[in-house]
Design a binder for this molecule. Structure first.
Ligand SMILES: Nc1ncnc2c1ncn2[C@@H]1O[C@H](COP(=O)(O)OP(=O)(O)O)[C@@H](O)[C@H]1O
Ligand SMILES: [Mg+2]
Length: 579
């Protein structure tokens, strides 16, 4: 696969996110999402708390639009108007007039007509004939007072005007009556007019308007603004949306390799193994006393799987000299080279670990051996190979009673000034040929390929190259560039090892750990019950049981391999054809 194709497939991968990927993004960006939610909601809460509290009180006015008085007054009843039109007329009516001024005058407290108008809102209650007069003010009592006073003023005004209306109608009827002769007055028309005059007089007396207060405003107990809870909740939702946008944006521009399968996509190589991010692996570099200690089962299994993939996926071209390479320092080349060599040696092979990182050699420190003499002395012809090789006893004595050992050729105590030249020399080529004839498996730790050019000559001298990718740290573009260089150089690339994968991660890779962890648990349970059975058997003087499972485990022999055959299902990967 060339780089263009790689980039293309990566881009496709990024645009079509699966549910699993989306969940992965959310999980990774949880701190950002939470921060956005807390920040926006917190800001809304603080701003709301800062605002002065305002209270709203409402007086309900009910209109009576079918005035019997109008008929009595001899006027047609207003009827054909739609309830909506009637309501908007009522609202307008309440807003008009000089009630604001009167209310301000009545209430005092420095109120002006403008204040009252600004604090007031008149709304219709749907199509009913109820109109709400609401006043909003800072002291709750003032809000109720404004609403009630305004409404009362309006009702009074309406009553006055209807009184005036009936009075003038009465005047008119009386005028008509006085124009009649006494005979006409006694006639039917005259009697009707007299009756109407009486009704009008009564209506005028009643001071009955077409509007009444249906419900007076009470002093509100909770503020109408600011609505702190509502504002905070809305802000939290907005913050969540912001957080999600930030998460996906960050992911879009994040050039780091996130998953082992990103490495697979970039390099187009089989995944030989996944090495978990583990304290045991991190510690080995620091605590010398534990440097050679056996790894916990799941970590050890990861290295055995790498070895199994190397050996069985490519049986006729099994690499005997294996270069462990990576783009950057700190990817875990030395860690993986050391443990891969140790685990292979534990299984009984003759293994040499060769440190060719002549700039920052750390193998000696990791395995707690003498820092020299080493490769640089050897290449300079200062020592013989047998003097330079150091032998490390791996802790566990195997089932056959042999203590497994690992041979190590460190970089050398004195670092050379020209590491590149040394590695490119014929002496280096001769050294590799020599060690290949001496050992079944040679693991070569190298300097980072992107940082320095030292390791490039080795690409042509080894049987196989594995690339270590540190998940969550390596950048895609750097990896893609390295891949381009390696393919161009015709390197015998065998596969990739994803290092530093979170062990808790689920999915196809997580399965590997669950599998090994569960297996380790199962084994320790089996071991306990076997011990119990054995002690019972020996107590009974019975025959000793077969080798306990725990020993099989620590021996790390083939039974483990046999059972652990690839939880990733990748042993069938076809041989890699590259370049
Ligand atoms: N899987 C891992 N889990 C935890 N720490 C690791 C892991 N792999 C490497 N490290 C730590 O990262 C650091 C760099 O690793 P190292 O093997 O020296 O990288 P390199 O040789 O590529 O420069 C070391 O401190 C090592 O212990
Ligand atoms: Mg290193």
């Amino acid at each position: 696969m060339d780089t263009e194709q790689t980039n293309l497939s990566l881009e496709q991968e990024q645009t079509n996110l699966s549910l699993e990927q989306v969940l992965g993004i959310l999980r990774r960006r949880v701190p950002w999402i939470l921060a956005c939610v807390l920040l926006v909601a917190g800001a809304a809460y603080a701003v709301s708390k800062q605002q002065t509290k305002k209270y709203t009180a409402t007086t309900a006015l009910v209109f009576n639009n079918n005035q019997p008085g109008q008929q009595i007054a001899g006027l047609p009843a207003v009827s054909s108007v739609s309830p909506q039109a009637q309501q908007s007329t009522n609202v307008k009516l309440v807003q008009l007039g000089d009630m604001a001024e009167k209310t301000a005058g009545l209430l005092g407290q420095g109120l002006t007509k403008e204040h009252v108008k600004a604090d007031l809102s008149v709304t219709a209650q749907g199509e009913s004939n109820v109109v709400d007069v609401s006043a909003t003010a800072t002291p709750p009592a003032l809000a109720a007072a404004i609403a009630n006073t305004y409404a009362e003023q309006f009702v009074t005004e309406q009553q006055n005007s209807s009184h005036a209306y009936y009075a003038s109608a009465l005047q008119l009827v009386n005028k008509q009556l006085s124009a009649l002769s006494p005979k006409e007055r006694a006639g039917t028309a005259g009697l009707a007019l007299q009756e109407r005059a009486q009704s009008l007089a009564t209506l005028a007396e009643l001071h009955n308007g077409n509007v009444q207060v249906a419900q007076a405003a009470t002093i509100p107990t909770s503020p109408s603004s600011p609505k702190t809870t509502r504002n905070t909740l809305i802000a939290a939702v907005l913050g969540l949306l912001l957080g999600l946008s930030v998460a996906f944006l960050l992911e879009r521009f994040d050039r780091r390799i996130r998953e082992p399968k990103d490495l697979q996509a970039i390099y187009g190589l089989p995944l030989l193994g996944v090495v978990p991010r583990s304290a045991a692996l991190s510690r080995s570099a620091k605590s010398k006393s534990e440097a050679k200690g056996a790894l916990p089962p799941s970590e050890a299994e990861a290295f055995r799987l790498i070895r199994a993939h190397l050996r069985y996926s490519n049986a006729n071209r099994e690499p005997r000299t294996l270069m462990v390479a990576s783009a950057a320092p700190g990817d875990g080349k030395t860690t993986i080279a050391c443990h891969l060599a140790s685990e292979t040696a534990r299984m009984g092979s003759g293994v040499l670990l060769l440190d060719v990182d002549l700039r920052h050699p750390t193998v000696a420190q990791q395995l707690n051996v003498q820092p020299g003499p080493g490769v640089s002395d050897l290449l300079a012809g200062a020592v013989s190979i047998s003097d330079a090789i150091q032998t490390v006893d791996l802790d566990s004595a195997s089932a056959d009673g042999w203590v497994r050992t690992l041979d190590v050729l460190v970089a050398g105590a004195e670092l050379p000034s020209n590491p590149g030249e040394l590695i490119e020399s014929h002496a280096m080529e001769a050294l590799l040929t020599r060690v290949k004839s001496m050992y079944e498996f040679v693991v070569i730790d190298t300097p980072p390929l992107v940082a320095v050019s030292d390791a490039f000559p080795l690409l042509a001298l080894v049987d196989g190259v594995i690339i270590v990718g540190r998940v969550g740290r390596n950048r895609r573009d750097v990896a893609a560039r390295l891949n381009e260089t390696l393919v161009g150089a015709g390197a015998p690339l065998v596969g990739i090892v994803a290092n530093g994968v979170k062990a808790s991660r689920r999915g196809p890779y997580g399965y590997g750990y669950d599998y090994t962890a569960a297996r380790a648990k199962r084994l320790s349970r089996a071991e306990k019950s076997e011990r119990k059975a054995a002690s019972e058997a020996s107590a009974n003087g019975g025959p000793r049981l077969e080798e306990p499972v725990s020993e099989q485990l620590s021996r790390g022999g083939m039974p483990l391999y046999g059972e652990a055959v690839d939880p990733f299902g990748r042993l069938d990967d076809p041989p890699v054809e590259r370049g």
